[in-house]
Design a protein around this ligand. Structure first.
Ligand code: NAP
Length: 328
């Protein structure tokens, strides 16, 4: 293994800052760490001062891993620059949604489908924050009992909408969400189409099916924004192929990777406890024959974004393109 890697973080917003913090916290072997954004300036991220460079093609010269956390879409950093980074030898991990459903791009949650990174052709996609905590909890149940149907309602923090979302809660601004967020609950995240689902709900359906390799799994999400700073919650109802009992399900969740579970079916984790922790917390577990219900909470900026991205590059270390990697 080389002494360390040159890593570029694109974006110095909420996710960019957590990426810098997670690379340090998990002691990822770094030779040089560059932070890039739309404009050059000096910023303090995770207690360290960085000279932010402009995100432009030549900024990726010599970069081994480029972690994208800019905005999405045609004018966003990933569409504009991911292929420039790859052509200069970098492997890209993208936090946005632009490449997630591309069949050529692995969409990876290491606790669920770490082996998928092996097939990357330069880009690995990091899933949507609500998707990540959902599949971390669904995967062990799918393995043990099989999944027939999933119904999930989310209670999502404002930091899921970046710095603008946080400003809306802290300053009472009314333009960041479709309706005022202070003292409210807004059941519309993204835009709605003729199917009746929002973009956020469609991400949860399609990304979960891809990660779990269950392309026909019925998933019915309802995504709701609530006035919480950080930590997404989900109320999940599953119908399983094989019947389960409560003690069995407690055991299955108790040993599942990435899950924090006290062993108490009636435990009720909240966003305040999950914030700053990289695990998915599970509680309020109920089981009736072929139906399982539970509540899960996770820090949307950590496991929902930065931690998962850093786990992905950890799993890529020592694995040139197309060659098997180490499991995290
Ligand atoms: N927040 C979450 O919970 C979460 C979870 C999972 C995934 N994500 C995804 O992660 C990405 C970043 O989210 P965030 O919450 O960190 O947003 P944010 O706080 O709004 O920060 C966005 C950052 O991206 C930079 N940026 C935007 N367009 C760029 C471009 N064309 N080139 C270079 N840099 C650009 C901005 O640069 P300037 O500072 O120079 O303007 C800013 O630093 C988004 O794609 C989001 O969908 C977010």
């Amino acid at each position: 293994m080389p002494e360390g890697y040159t890593v570029a973080v694109v974006g110095s917003g909420l996710v960019g800052e957590r990426l810098v913090a997670e690379l340090k916290r998990r002691a990822f072997p770094i030779k040089e760490l560059h932070v890039l954004a739309r404009s050059a300036r000096r910023v303090v991220l995770a207690g360290e001062t960085f000279e932010v460079g402009v995100a432009e093609p030549d900024a990726f010269e010599g970069v081994d891993y480029a972690l994208f956390a800019g905005t999405e879409g045609e004018k966003g950093a990933a569409i504009q620059l991911a292929h420039e980074a790859i052509s200069r030898g970098a492997i890209v991990i993208d936090n946005g949604s632009d490449f997630r459903l591309d069949p050529e791009v692995p969409l990876v949650v290491p606790e669920v489908n770490a082996e998928a990174v092996m097939s990357h052709k330069g880009i690995v996609a990091n899933p949507n924050c609500s998707t990540i905590q959902l599949v971390v909890t669904l995967a062990p149940i799918a393995r043990e009992y099989g999944l027939k149907k999933v119904v999930v309602s989310t209670y999502q923090a404002v930091s899921g909408a970046g710095r603008e979302g946080v400003a809306a809660l802290e300053n009472g601004r009314e333009d960041a969400f479709p309706k005022p967020i202070v003292g409210n609950a807004v059941p519309l995240i993204g835009s709605v189409d003729e199917s009746g689902y929002t973009t956020e709900e469609k991400k949860m359906k399609e990304e979960s099916r891809k990660i779990l390799a269950l392309p026909n799994l019925p998933i019915f999400p309802t995504a709701v924004r609530i006035p919480v700073h950080t930590g997404h919650c989900e109320s999940v109802y599953i119908e399983t192929e094989r019947e389960a009992t409560l003690p069995e399900v407690l055991e299955v969740l108790g040993i599942a990777p990435g899950i924090s579970f006290s062993g108490d079916a009636a435990g009720f984790p909240t966003p305040l406890e999950a914030e700053g922790d990289s695990r998915v917390f599970v509680g309020r577990i109920r089981v009736e024959e072929d139906a399982i219900g539970y509540w899960c909470v996770s820090d949307n900026l950590l496991k929902g974004a930065a931690t998962n991205a850093v786990q992905i590059i950890e799993s890529l270390i020592g694995a040139p393109r197309g060659v098997p990697s180490v499991r995290v």
